[in-house]
Design a protein around this ligand. Sequence first.
Ligand SMILES: [Zn+2]
Length: 346
Amino acid sequence: MKLKFLGAAREVTGSKILLTADSGKRILLDCGMFQGKGMETDDMNRDLGFDPSQVDHILLTHAHIDHSGLIPYAYKMGFRGSIVCSNATRDLCSIMLADTAYIQEHDTKTYNKRRAKKGLPIVTPIFSQEDAKECMALFIGVPNEMKFRIDNNIRVKFTNTGHMLGSGVANLIITEDGHTTRLAYTGDIGRPTNRILAPPKPFPQADILITESTYGDRLHEDFVSADQKLLETVIHTCVDKRGKLIIPSFSVGRTQEIVYSLNKFFNQGILPRVEIFVDSPLAVNATTIFRMHPECFNKEVLRVMETDSDPFGFNSLTYITRQEDSKRLNDYKKPCIIISASGMME
Ligand SMILES: [Zn+2]
């Protein structure tokens, strides 16, 4: 078999690895998008480095855009194989790829206005919302730990990494010429403790290990002091100063952790009586998907759910889904907490 590194080995974002088995079968490990500012990375993204119509399968470790974002583009360019990942990853991709397509269309429109002024020809977005929607038909969700066969020679199993909802190591066992090779591709690996997600699971020994660590050099704050700081900030801003507390937050992952902490304060009776709004359509949809996948939660969250069936909802919390309600927040005069969007790579 041969391995070709197409993205993350040189760059921080845009993971793609093409595995070509001796049988000729081609498997792509992740199909990530380079993320930069505006249209700067557009050319890099359009040059996949392989012919997507010749790829048989994509194995996807998790739904972050730097690992999944070019799936609609591969589809547009002729990929018609299967995309295999965990059930939660499939569900998250359905909203995150649609969101990315919307951003691509929007950015291209702005870019074209500037080009038109300079008399340059207009460009088309790398992929459309239609491509993002249609490629979802190729997804196959499998539970973590389930062993499945791609063909007679290749077996696969995903094991939890705790990096984001649904994330998993792709563990492959490849038999060629009577010789067996174990390959583990980790994608990003999570922190050993996460407020919501089950901790990473040790994965089987491998002959070839491909791993990534985007934020490996950063220390993460411990939860108890982070929660304490959050509560103090809420009291200081909303009670003492009678102001609005705006928390920009990643829509998928971080928002649900903040909501989970606020829900805990609410259950303990220590949350000040102020209205709380989640003002990001992607975050609202992502929270719905979190609720659908308790199989990804850690023991503490499952224990909380024995008495509180929705750890992402309580009386004073409103999820905003309509644009007019979002605009109305600008005129909201009372003290409140607004959790808003701020990108999604983590
Ligand atoms: Zn990631």
